[in-house]
Design a protein around this ligand. Sequence first.
Ligand SMILES: Cc1cc2nc3c(=O)[nH]c(=O)nc-3n(C[C@H](O)[C@H](O)[C@H](O)COP(=O)(O)OP(=O)(O)OC[C@H]3O[C@@H](n4cnc5c(N)ncnc54)[C@H](O)[C@@H]3O)c2cc1C
Length: 467
Amino acid sequence: MSIVDRLRKACASYLGETAVSIDPQVRRDYGTDALLRGADADLVVWPSSTGDVQWIMRQATEAGMPVVTRGAGTGYTGGAVPTSGGMVVCVERMNRILELDVRNQVAVVQPGVITADLQRAAEAAGLWYPPDPASLHRSSIGGNIAEGAGGPRAVKYGTTRRYVLGLEVVLASGTVIRTGSRAVKNVVGYDLTQLMVGSEGTLGIITEATMRLVPRPAHVATLQVFTDGIDAAVAVVDRITAAGITPSTIEVVDAGSLAAAERYAGRTLAPSGTGALLIIEVDGTEGGIRDEARVIVEAARLGPVLGVDVAHDPATRDALWETRRSMSYALRASAPRKINHDVSVPRGRLGELYRCIAALEQAHGLWIPSFGHAGDGNIHVNIMIDPDDADAVARAERATSDLFEAVVSMQGSISGEHGIGFSKARYLPIELAPDVVALMQRVKAAFDPDGRLNPGKIWPDAPLPRV
Ligand SMILES: Cc1cc2nc3c(=O)[nH]c(=O)nc-3n(C[C@H](O)[C@H](O)[C@H](O)COP(=O)(O)OP(=O)(O)OC[C@H]3O[C@@H](n4cnc5c(N)ncnc54)[C@H](O)[C@@H]3O)c2cc1C
């Protein structure tokens, strides 16, 4: 009997027949994520408890089988996907909110809880969970933690990282550890909780998370500012910041992205001559946000703008988000492949980043619409190609290297929220010095000496799966 068959039999008898599969279609489905690339899993298992995960980990070690942890599989860099076979441990059935501690403003959750479900539960208890990745209706809290996911509200509220107080983690050895605590302040020993944030399934399997909640802001206002181009939009962001306001959200959509959104919607979404638009949100008390919205309108109008809309009621606010919310779908409908980079630069260098993107379009003959989180300098740079055009693929690769070199030279990062997975592993040396990579690899070896957890991810020497 093969190792895979032996493992399947053992899992079926310990976890139950419905908690394991070697069906070819299932192995294929769980061998890809939102990157749409990967290698089939050898088998897929669905634990229901920490004890199950611990047992699975020990079986995998005994069988010498790699383990790839998977949440909801919405990752953009192939993190939840095997690179060369192995067992996919999918925690989607560990999806219970274990406790909502209102007095201490904390939620204790299993890793497979969907982000929007935690938000809803927190709101029902009169609290709020601010991190808002666009995938929030599908992504899991475990995946958000393992990727350090962010969203539009990160400008004021920070990313997932800020909300993780403590974790339960199953290590490669099968040992269960607890990190952090329920207290918001904790400086005892190394901060292993934060080390797990962004570790992309390479250090351990998160089986429980203690998440901080905050009071829900009573009122929100949404503003939309149209300008003739990116430089004017960046100048508006600078003037808002100089006015001493910290909006919860400042999103930008450039001309290429707007054109795609208008094609997708089948109608005009902005005044004629618009070269960029900003979506800005402020939240707080009713009086406070009316004042802040007024200051933002004044700051915007100090320079050349084509129009400013302000909305306080939910329906109109929702309408102002239409263009930004349609971006992923609109771009996907615009070319056979969208290579989505999520570079990040210090906010003050946003104009420089957009000039760099324009130069890359020229130099490599590519269309690169770019939109995203202007408030924290994290922009989604989308290289649009036909993957069957070998020349376009080669140009996209050169443009990617040039882009990454440029953001690092601007003191930024090649990934602000999507992580490295296998798709960006080869570019890691652009940002990290060899000594830093070596130190990180020693940390990895301390957690997982046999390299069992998520092999082929993060490090440049990772083998690449089929394209
Ligand atoms: C339409 C769309 C919009 C998106 N928008 C955003 C956005 O706005 N902001 C953003 O940051 N990302 C965004 N993403 C990317 C993705 O949703 C996030 O990276 C998300 O955090 C992944 O969660 P997941 O549950 O799908 O994780 P998966 O894709 O299943 O896994 C991601 C990584 O986490 C690891 N992992 C998962 N669960 C665990 C666990 N329990 N323990 C240890 N490791 C684990 C996996 O091994 C893998 O390396 C978007 C994706 C899509 C498809």
